[in-house]
Design a protein around this ligand. Structure first.
Ligand code: ADP
Length: 386
């Protein structure tokens, strides 16, 4: 046997962070990049530029790889079906991936599996939206089933008087997904991995904090989480992955809802390494990036325990500081135990530039770690003088 080649479609930070793990395993990684300067290009040797919406570009890229996987979920289903018909090994396959691409398909599947959804409906018009709101009560959350990310494609409709203003969305995409606005205590995430052979592993449930729809901070294990809820959430994510035929890493984003559903409701699914799993790089026996490679290659999966008592991840987005490296001395000196992960991207306001991980042996240190990770992230974002 020779070491295989894994081809990743998309050259963002997720593909970039697979690179060191591929090196360690001795696996060759190649990336189909959106352009010559995307995040993964500096970390991966072979990075042809091509459009993931162009079947011929995908075909050309797939020709010399042993398995094809993803940095994002935007590759058209029909292209993936065509590649599979031509013998390409695509992981995860299109029948699983569609549940991460289309929130209406995902809600339907969660109902079918008898797992806890918020109240939801497929709505084709302002009238349908008004019917849904009058049936379940306002406010309502309106979502584009496809193409949304980081809170784009999510709109709160406070009452019937605001429904008419949604006509622009119905004009550009229909049907849309309407959901009850969930009164959650916090957001949680469960990360699992599954191989084509059916082996599964789950990491401990994380508490995730979103700011303006973007993941900002993650604390693992979720502090003070009811053990029964944690167990049910892990079981739900494992079952979703098995029943939908997911391969690679999958994240299930949840709302914690004491007294409703199973103590949680499912928000959405992602089928790739996920921002809420970045803590695993420094906080788990096996990082999500290594696990994704193992899973798509149908290798045995690694252990998923937390290294220590608690781990915290803090993102830093583009802010006042244009020159991240100028702030590195102060950031690294501030907390010697912190691990900084830069994505090699130019700074633009609100763009994900990197993240900071900190881990402690003592589970009681969660608040200390949050302070430390926040301090390092803000030095990098705002500059050394902040
Ligand atoms: P995206 O695909 O952009 O990540 P999400 O469906 O995860 O979109 O929504 C983004 C954020 O909006 C969620 O993290 C949550 O904070 C909020 N949100 C989404 N759906 C609901 C809902 N039904 N009730 C309350 N808040 C919601």
């Amino acid at each position: 046997m020779t070491f295989p080649v894994v081809g990743v479609i998309g050259g963002g930070q997720l593909a970039r962070m697979m690179a060191p793990e591929a090196v360690e395993l001795g696996i060759e990684l190649r990336v189909l990049a959106e352009g010559p300067e995307v995040s993964a290009v500096a970390a991966v040797k072979t990075t042809p530029v091509g459009d993931y919406r162009d079947l011929d570009a995908l075909r050309e890229f797939a020709r010399d790889v042993d398995v094809l996987t993803f940095d994002h979920e935007h590759v058209p289903t029909e292209h993936l079906r065509a590649l599979i018909a031509e013998g390409v090994n695509v992981q995860p396959g299109p029948d699983a991936l569609v549940h991460a691409q289309d929130k209406l398909v995902m809600r339907t599947a969660v109902d079918r599996l008898g797992l806890p959804n918020p109240e939801w409906a497929s709505v084709g018009s302002v009238e349908d939206l008004l019917d849904f709101g009058s049936r379940i009560g306002w406010p309502v959350v309106l979502k584009t089933p496809r193409g949304g990310y980081d809170g784009k494609g999510v709109r709160i409709v406070d009452g019937p008087e605001d429904a008419a203003a949604c006509a622009d969305w119905f004009a550009s995409m229909s049907p849309l997904l309407a959901e009850a606005k969930v009164n959650f205590t916090r957001e949680l995430s469960v990360l699992v991995a599954r191989t084509p052979g059916g082996e599964e592993r789950v990491w401990p449930v994380a508490h995730t904090i979103q700011v303006d729809g973007v993941c900002d901070e993650v604390i693992v294990p979720a502090p003070s989480l009811d053990p029964a809820v944690a167990q049910a959430a892990e079981a739900a994510a494992l079952r979703i992955a098995a029943e939908l035929g997911v391969t690679g890493v999958m994240a299930a984003e949840l709302f914690e809802t004491p007294g409703q559903g199973e103590g949680f409701l499912i928000n959405e699914l992602a089928m790739r390494p996920h921002n809420t799993g970045h803590w695993t790089q420094d906080g788990s026996v096996t990082s999500q990036f290594e696990q994704h490679l193992r899973a798509v290659l149908d290798l045995p999966l690694g252990a998923t325990g937390v290294l220590g008592g608690v781990a915290v991840m803090r993102n830093f987005l583009g802010g006042a500081n244009q020159d991240i490296y100028s702030a590195m001395p102060a950031a690294l000196a501030a907390v010697p135990g912190a691990k900084v992960h830069n994505y090699g991207k130019s700074v633009r306001p609100g763009r994900k530039i990197g993240h900071v991980n900190v881990v402690s042996q003592n589970a009681a240190d969660a608040e200390l770690l949050r302070e430390q990770a926040g301090r390092v992230a803000s030095i990098l974002r705002d500059g050394a003088t902040s």
